[in-house]
Design a protein around this ligand. Structure first.
Ligand SMILES: *[C@@H]1O[C@H](CO)[C@@H](O)[C@H](O)[C@H]1NC(C)=O
Ligand SMILES: *[C@@H]1O[C@H](CO)[C@@H](O)[C@H](O)[C@H]1NC(C)=O
Ligand SMILES: *[C@@H]1O[C@H](CO)[C@@H](O)[C@H](O)[C@H]1NC(C)=O
Length: 446
């Protein structure tokens, strides 16, 4: 549980908190407006179109449902951008973090009214954002590992119909490493008004359950979701009481305001050093002097709980991201368990197109009821995070060996890859062997 060591991510800055009661009213409106006048044409085989986007049904994936959430599920009109002016035409609006943006919910809503093909399915539309440095990795196999981590995310996103953006340049020159994510997330919000959620995922985190879907219904009343443990946050005040390397943030004015405050602790501000001291005073187990985004987040939960806390969901119900040391040794046994279920249940073994994986997920759920969500259970952990091992720089926490980190990464990536390759008819016979696969016999693993 409390094994969350430091990891690299990124963030941003400017620093002017803006809040207001008006947001509540706005968000109420917001909750209803998408339903107002867009009847969702049901898929009709005679309307079937080929071309830029095909008419795939789905998308209104309800609570935890298995439908597609957005990216590819609708007839988006990708050539429609009417001349009416929107926030894009405002010369005062900047993508950079120096200048706060106001009235964003309204601006985003106006854009959507002008681009109505993006309205159906809006609430569950997710854009995954990740990235890495702009220069080659120091670790000789670092770029290769990053490629594999990226492939893993692309696989997950393709399967779930999510868009993905990989950024590999600092959008604010002084906001390096774990601070770099804030400017990237902000820019992503402006670039993707059609996305309700931006999902930051560090480069060294991998999906280890390709079927698990974010339970977005649980976050309906929240704007920010992070993996953590409330008792460690509020009682122990530990800087590892949550992990800031993976988070979901709602594309909203709240988010922009929150990121301005959060970024206000970053290296681009004159207060960086002071924040470093203050964060160490607040979280006694923080062992390095620099202000960092993760401790900053713990600080905001502790000190500005009334202001932000009611919109922040601290998820500890499943591996929203999980500590690799807690996971990697269990992967073989988990594979056995899943294979055992498939041996018994022929409908789960049926070969199928990748696009209709979702149909099998629902069936799987019946057999995963007793599998738990944590380290005691045998459900595949949703996401495995290499906290303390840095694939690109090659540095790692003293507790682990370099080889231990690389071997674990191969295993975790192959574990995820096997779930994908399955649809293509192949499997890595050993999690430790990245280079070879065998074809799967018909009706495997009967
Ligand atoms: C998409 O937008 C273009 C430009 O506004 C329009 O001509 C076209 O009819 C639209 N396509 C659909 C399917 O609505
Ligand atoms: C941009 O900001 C300037 C200075 O604050 C203001 O005078 C101008 O009206 C603004 N322009 C727009 C399009 O909002
Ligand atoms: C894996 O399963 C075997 C056999 O059931 C068990 O002895 C072993 O402790 C398990 N390993 C782990 C890491 O859970």
């Amino acid at each position: 549980m409390q094994n969350h060591h430091r990891k690299s991510s990124s963030f941003v800055s400017t620093g002017i908190p803006i809040v207001g009661g008006a947001i509540v009213a706005l968000s109420l409106l917001w909750a209803f407006w998408p339903m107002i006048s867009f009847s969702f044409t049901s898929p009709n085989p005679n309307n079937f179109k080929t071309g830029v986007d095909s008419a795939t049904p789905g998308g209104l994936s309800g609570p935890g449902g298995s439908g597609r959430s957005g990216g590819q599920g609708f007839n988006f009109n990708l050539t429609h951008d009417p001349p009416e002016s929107t926030f894009y035409d405002d010369p005062n609006l900047t993508y950079t973090i120096e200048k706060p943006i106001t009235n964003w919910d309204q601006k985003r809503r106006e854009w959507l009214w002008l681009h109505p093909s993006f309205i159906p399915g809006l609430e569950t539309r997710v854009l995954l954002v990740t990235g890495s440095q702009s220069t080659p990795c120091q670790n000789p196999i670092g770029d290769h590992l990053l490629l594999r981590f990226f492939k893993n995310k692309v696989d997950y996103c393709r399967i779930h119909g999510y868009d993905i953006f990989y950024n590999n340049v600092l959008l604010h020159p002084e906001m390096f490493t774990y601070w770099a994510k804030i400017p990237a997330v902000r820019a992503a919000m402006l670039a993707h008004p059609e996305a309700e959620w931006i999902w930051w995922v560090d480069s060294d985190a991998a999906f280890t359950d390709m079927d698990f879907k974010l339970p977005l219904h649980r976050y309906k009343n929240y704007n920010f979701v992070v993996h953590g443990w409330p008792e460690l946050i509020y009682k122990k005040k530990s800087w590892t009481s949550l992990n800031a390397g993976v988070f979901l943030i709602r594309n909203s004015q709240w988010a922009l305001d929150f990121m301005d405050v959060w970024a206000g602790m970053g290296p681009q501000t004159p207060n960086y050093e002071k924040w470093g001291e203050l964060l160490r005073k607040t979280c006694k187990d923080k062992f390095f002097p620099e202000s960092d985004d993760q401790t900053g987040l713990v600080y905001l939960l502790l000190k500005e709980k009334e202001k932000w806390g009611n919109k922040i969901y601290v998820e500890d119900g499943y591996y929203f991201e999980g500590y690799w040391m807690e996971i990697v040794g269990r992967l073989e046994n988990i594979t056995e368990k899943y294979n055992g279920v498939e041996k018994r249940v022929s409908k789960l073994r049926r070969r199928h197109a990748e696009k209709v994986r979702g149909a099998y997920v629902t069936t799987w759920e019946e057999y995963l009821k007793g599998a738990g969500y944590g380290r005691e259970g045998w459900r595949r952990p949703f996401m495995t995070h290499f906290t303390g091992c840095q694939p690109c720089s090659g540095t790692h926490n003293e507790e682990y060996s370099r080889q231990g980190c690389w071997d674990a990464m191969q295993k975790v990536l192959n574990f995820g890859d096997n779930q994908v390759l399955r649809n293509y008819g192949f499997v890595h016979p050993s999690l430790g062997d990245s280079g070879s696969v065998v074809p799967l016999p018909f009706d495997y693993p009967a």
